[in-house]
Write a new protein. Structure first.
Length: 242
């Protein structure tokens, strides 16, 4: 049986936008990371780091080498597909996909299906309402990174549970969602508008680079600086992109 022909590429072969500048991103904010570390007691920070969400703290501590041009070329080889929350690119002659399934495989986070991903329904409890009030924001608006950092600087007298909630919120806002410092936190995915200019990607853009390394083993062996013994989760398997 003949293999199915993949969808057309978004950019014509040999007419892909040249990367004039590096891709900008908001995730991995150094000020947020250091502030969260100072806000939590040692045992709280270790508990947070050993949780599933703590993979992002471990990733930050690795000092991963960002390779902007590699990710740019991957994005420029995208296929024009109709699925809203998937990215397909050609690697040689073969299409490879990136979706919440691959994100879950790389990070070990729970990425189960949600009916309305952009506006998920969440029951607001009295406990949750009280926590948002401590931060100083409304439940509907949500906090910005700026507000989370300010809360971290004054949370020493909070209960342990509220400090831990603040730590988890900081990870989600600063790593998973990765939005502009002053923007409020809502569920979102990475969106790229114009590859022909300098552009900024929302979300945890580094996961695309790690995904490339797992898809292209020869490339990762030469340039990804693979870490011995295949650490888990796979997000932590490579250190460099130079």
């Amino acid at each position: 049986m003949d293999s199915l022909e993949p969808p057309k590429r978004i950019f014509t072969l040999e007419e892909e936008p040249f990367p004039i500048k590096n891709i900008s991103y908001y995730t991995d904010d150094s000020k947020l990371f250091s502030t969260v570390r100072d806000a939590l007691h040692d045992d709280e920070y270790e508990e947070l780091k050993e949780s599933r969400s703590g993979v992002f703290l471990k990733f930050k501590e690795m000092d991963f080498g960002w390779a902007s041009r590699l990710v740019h070329y991957l994005l420029c080889f995208q296929l024009n597909i109709k699925k809203k929350y998937e990215l397909w690119s050609l690697v040689g002659a073969d299409p490879v996909s990136f979706s919440l399934i691959e994100f879950e495989q790389l990070t070990s986070l729970n990425c189960e299906y949600i009916e309305n991903l952009e506006n998920p329904i969440c029951e607001v409890t009295n406990e949750m309402d009280s926590f948002w009030e401590r931060i100083g924001v409304s439940v509907d608006a949500g906090p910005s990174l700026e507000q989370i950092i300010r809360a971290c600087r004054r949370c020493q007298e909070w209960s342990r549970d509220d400090r831990m909630r603040l730590g988890y919120l900081a990870i989600f806002s600063g790593f998973i969602e990765g939005r502009k410092y002053s923007n409020t936190t809502r569920a979102s995915l990475a969106r790229v508008k114009d590859f022909t200019k300098s552009y900024t990607v929302d979300g945890f853009i580094h996961v695309l680079q790690v995904w490339i390394y797992h898809a292209l083993l020869e490339l990762s062996a030469n340039y990804g600086n693979p870490i011995p013994n295949k650490p888990s989760p796979p997000l932590l398997a490579f250190k460099d992109g130079k």
